[in-house]
Ligand binder design. Structure first.
Ligand code: ARG
Length: 669
């Protein structure tokens, strides 16, 4: 039985018990008041007995359910990592509810404190609650409100101390013992994700390049950001479908096939390479725009293709395969996984959808086209049927969202697409709501937009000759530059050939991904290998180095990971020194950071966090010896196992962040 189910049933049983008890009391008092006692005494006593039995049974059932709920909770807490901010929030919400039961849904803002003298966390509920009370005609000072909240706080062992400061801030010091046990769990059980209210079915639409056109840097952004969000949501335990919604349908194929018939007569059995195909595509477009006869042929070809004519279908397949192979090379090198379900998949569904929307009177005829206005007052409508009877990008997205909701049963749909398409997705949601397919209170839909990739000249990213950059070549250039950087540091002298190659790939692909992910996605970003490969600041190179260095600390003292795990069972992690405690608290914010990203879908938050870990670790390592060596002989004199445990916990949390970002780490570089 899952936890949600138990919760629902417990609530229901609780309600039933309450209702019965009320009924029981009412009956009892009406009988003892003598209201019609003579008449109904006989019946009432029967009813009493029944009610009492039922009540007892229900109470028993309730107790069983409550126990099951507790067990489930404990069990699921076993494979999760506590979100301290959430736990504190819960404590404060309950305290406020107890202190002020008459205020519905009071605000309980909670943040990490800005400085150590204000504790670790700060709750700022007293001020807004004072205002709410004032509105009810009750005059109290925020400090009094804070005191009352404090008095009602149920300390579960998470809080060490609370102080009321200034006008009524509640400063919270969290329990070090409690934190220590959470750190130990990182060493004994691994870095676990924060608990989730329930497992969701999530469809994430990313990468989604177009066939017969080269995948460009915009698609690279979508690929990198989408992959990272998918990894995060999978790590949280959700059921994630990574969908490549490729542009493999529409007029362009009619045009292309008609052109191939003239220029590449054996197109049915063999397709030209992608570069030639792209060239043909451009030529076909020119002919389409200037030659009426060709245009007509192109349209006829689309009709045949969409009607499933085997010859045209075969040609289309071949064309798709060429692009697919090229794209797959990029995905393989970047470690990206996707399931292809392109626009063509929805052809039959589009036919059904158009018919249905027409019948329901949701389409409006406009200059031979059929358009649809959404539920909200959007600027533009969707074009569902073109004047030539064909479908559009709008039609296919309508069919797609419907499919994802009704057939894939998605609880959450995420589109990772450039900002240029923001309006399209606003209208899409609006139309899907109007059609009655999308209910925003049931299905969450997010448009994860991102800015344009610019060259170092701040203009649209292009090759020197003005062509759009081939992604495979871009990755090759990254590899070359990464190797140059490693060699400039003399790493080729120290590492074996395999190690060097591993480091080269980790750095090359890592820096391309990290540069993209570490910027706020809505902004445009300048693609510069030189900047990406810097070894200072919030860059992949700096962080990968930091990570390998951290991993090497215990290794250099000949202590293995399993020895550390063993030690964690008996030795508490070091948190006494100010810098140890600071690092510990940063590490324990991991669940909080992931929860925030899940809410907002800004991955750069994770990069900032990773950088914060690396910097805080450096502060700690500069002040606290982990291993003391004899300055003359170099012999190990003392091993601070508790600090090595903190070091290992740091490495593990960092590693998990790298995993989510899609960066490969290496043990030596
Ligand atoms: N193929 C589109 C493009 O290159 C992106 C598709 C995004 N997904 C969607 N469901 N519309 O712009």
């Amino acid at each position: 039985m899952d936890i949600e189910n138990i919760k629902r049933r417990t609530d229901k049983a609780e309600d039933e018990v309450k209702l019965l008890t009320e009924l029981f009391n009412k009956l009892k008092s009406s009988v003892s008041n003598g209201n019609g006692a003579e008449v109904c005494m006989e019946n009432a006593s029967d009813e009493f007995t029944d009610l009492i039995t039922l009540n007892t049974k229900l109470k028993h059932r309730l107790a069983i359910l409550k126990r099951a709920l507790l067990e489930e909770k404990e069990k699921s807490a076993g494979d999760t990592m506590e979100n301290i901010l959430d736990s504190l929030s819960q404590l404060f919400i309950s305290a406020v509810a107890r202190a002020y039961p008459d205020i519905p849904d009071p605000p309980v803002p909670l943040t990490t404190s800005s400085a150590p003298q204000f504790g670790d966390y700060q709750c700022n509920a007293a001020m807004p609650i004072t205002q709410l009370l004032k509105a009810q005609g009750i005059k109290v000072s925020p400090r009094d409100v804070a005191t009352r909240i404090k008095e009602n706080l149920d300390n579960s062992g998470l809080i060490e101390k609370i102080e009321i400061a200034g006008p009524g801030f509640l400063n919270v010091w969290i329990s070090r013992k409690h934190c220590q046990s959470l750190l130990t769990k990182i060493l004994t059980k691994g870095v676990l994700p924060p608990p989730q209210p329930r497992k969701l079915k999530i469809v994430i639409d990313f990468s989604s390049p177009n066939i017969a056109k080269e995948m460009h840097v915009g698609h690279l952004r979508s690929t990198i950001i989408g992959e990272s969000i998918a990894r995060l949501l999978e790590y949280l335990g959700h059921d994630v479908e990574r969908v490549n919604h490729i542009g493999d349908w529409g007029t362009q194929f009619g045009m292309l096939i008609a052109h191939l018939q003239d220029k590449y007569p054996n197109y049915k059995t063999e397709s030209p390479p992608l570069s030639t195909l792209m060239h043909f595509y451009k030529e076909a477009k020119v002919r389409f725009d200037t030659d009426e006869v060709f245009k007509k042929r192109a349209y006829e070809s689309v009709v045949k293709l969409q009607a499933g004519d085997p010859e045209y279908t075969q040609a289309w397949q071949l064309i798709c395969d060429v692009s697919r192979k090229e794209n797959q090379m990029v995905y393989d090198r970047l470690g990206v996984r996707l399931t292809e379900r392109g626009e063509s998949f929805y052809q039959s569904r589009m036919e059904v959808l158009v018919k249905e929307l027409k019948e329901r009177g949701l389409l409006e005829e406009d200059d031979k086209r059929f358009i649809m206005w959404g539920k909200n007052k959007d600027l533009i409508p969707f074009t569902i049927v073109k004047s030539d009877g064909g479908f559009t990008y709008d039609t296919s997205d309508m069919a797609t969202i419907r499919y994802r909701i009704e057939e894939s049963k998605a609880d959450w749909i995420i589109y990772v697409v450039d900002m240029g398409q923001a309006t399209h997705f606003v209208v899409l949601n609006s139309c899907a709501e109007k059609a009655g397919w999308l209910n925003p209170s049931k299905v969450r839909v997010d448009f994860v937009g991102f800015g344009v990739v610019l060259g170092e000249d701040k203009k649209k990213f292009k090759t020197r000759s003005g062509e759009s950059v081939r992604l495979v070549e871009l990755l090759d250039e990254g590899l070359k530059k990464a190797l140059d950087t490693l060699k400039a540091k003399g790493r080729d002298q120290v590492l074996s050939a395999t190690e060097l190659q591993e480091a080269q790939e980790a750095v090359a692909y890592g820096c391309i991904k990290y540069a993209d992910l570490s910027h706020n996605r809505v902004n445009d970003y300048v693609f510069s290998f030189d900047k990406m490969l810097e070894d200072k600041g919030n860059t992949a190179v700096y962080l990968l180095y930091a990570y390998t260095r951290i991993c090497s600390i215990a290794r250099n003292a000949n202590i293995t990971v399993s020895e550390l795990e063993q030690a964690a069972n008996t030795i508490p992690v070091a948190i006494t020194h100010e810098k140890e405690w600071k690092l510990a608290k940063v590490l324990l914010r991991f669940p909080e950071v992931l929860t925030k990203i899940t809410r907002e879908l800004y991955v750069h938050t994770l990069c900032e966090y990773l950088y914060e870990i690396a910097c805080t670790f450096t502060e700690f390592y500069d002040c606290c010896y982990c291993i003391e060596k004899d300055t003359n002989t170099g012999e190990v004199k003392k091993v601070h196992m508790d600090r090595l445990l903190l070091t290992e916990a740091t490495a593990r949390v960092m590693k998990q962040c790298f995993n989510i970002l899609g960066l490969n780490t290496v043990s030596r570089m």
